[in-house]
Design a protein around this ligand. Structure first.
Ligand code: SF4
Length: 283
């Protein structure tokens, strides 16, 4: 069948840097490197890194002595760095520079007297890390929760999870602005890499009758891509690899579009595109 690829898709610079740093660290310290959680939200890439010798732990406490600890692209809270320093655990920091910036911004906003608000998913590792850089950061992601979590007055400093869609963030800021805060300071922490992938995916939706969004099922930016494509009214499937493809997904369709989240490697995209191209939807 005919297959079209989104003009911007797959790996971003933050993920590329994190993988390169992970590979380098493992080469330098064979068998003695542990990542605190998956380096990126892509199972296939994480498995490859594990095969290269990168172990994984959810907790710094359980890391054996003499091990180098890798901080993943989503970053970590300051308590992790403090704990590592206290125990003398060597750290290699693969936090994306844009996540680092969000961490610094949160710290500065607090120092300047703002009540910091982060628009994001409270369960996402990036958000969990960023909010550690100031006390009592409020995390909110739905308009209906605002009254319950925001103070009644004062001045707010607002940031957002890097991978959120600008439209959603704008709606949330609009809803906050309708409340009687004397000052709102919004610092744009959104990632342009993500926005470009979202724009390219939405543009491609206009040319195809089915969209495949490739990437980890836990990847926030991949899920957001799938949500945006669905919103465009195109049949959309969020898959990790070709293994999850089913012929009925393309039944009666002529042109398929492919996009991929910022943590999806080229080998998965290319494999999927080649197999889909060779697939006879009529049959
Ligand atoms: S998506 Fe953006 S913020 Fe996230 S790792 Fe990539 S460049 Fe960094």
């Amino acid at each position: 069948m005919q297959v079209k690829l989104a003009s911007k898709r797959g790996f971003c610079f933050g993920v590329e840097d994190a993988i390169e740093l992970a590979e380098h660290t493992v080469r330098e310290n064979p068998g003695r490197v542990v990542a605190l959680g998956p380096v990126i939200h892509n199972r296939q890439v994480v498995e490859r890194l594990e095969q290269a010798g990168l172990n994984q732990s959810a907790d710094l406490d359980t890391v054996p002595e003499g091990t180098t600890v890798l901080i993943r692209s989503h970053g970590a809270g300051p308590e992790t760095f403090a704990q590592a320093a206290q125990r003398g655990v060597p750290l290699v920091d693969a936090t994306c520079v844009l996540v680092k910036r969000a961490q610094t911004v949160v710290q500065q906003l607090h120092q300047e007297g703002y009540q910091v608000v982060m628009i994001g998913d409270a369960e996402h590792p990036e958000v969990k890390g960023v909010i550690g850089y100031a006390p009592n950061v409020i995390v909110v992601d739905r308009e209906e929760d605002l009254d319950a979590v925001l103070p009644k007055r004062g001045k707010l400093g607002i940031v957002a999870q890097t991978t959120h869609a600008p439209e959603h963030v704008a709606e949330m800021i609009g809803a906050i602005a309708r409340r009687p805060f004397r000052e709102l300071r919004v610092v744009n922490t959104l990632c342009l890499e993500v926005i470009r992938r979202q724009e390219a995916a939405v543009a491609l939706c206009k040319e195809v009758d089915v969209m495949f969004v490739l990437g980890g099922l836990h990847s926030a930016n991949t899920r957001e891509l799938a949500r945006l494509c669905e919103q465009e009214g195109v049949a959309t499937y969020h898959l990790e690899t070709w293994e999850q493809f089913k012929p009925e997904m393309v039944k009666g369709r002529k042109v398929a579009g492919i996009t991929a989240g910022a943590s999806t490697p080229d080998f998965i995209i290319n494999d999927f595109a080649e197999k889909l191209q060779a697939f006879d939807a009529e049959e």
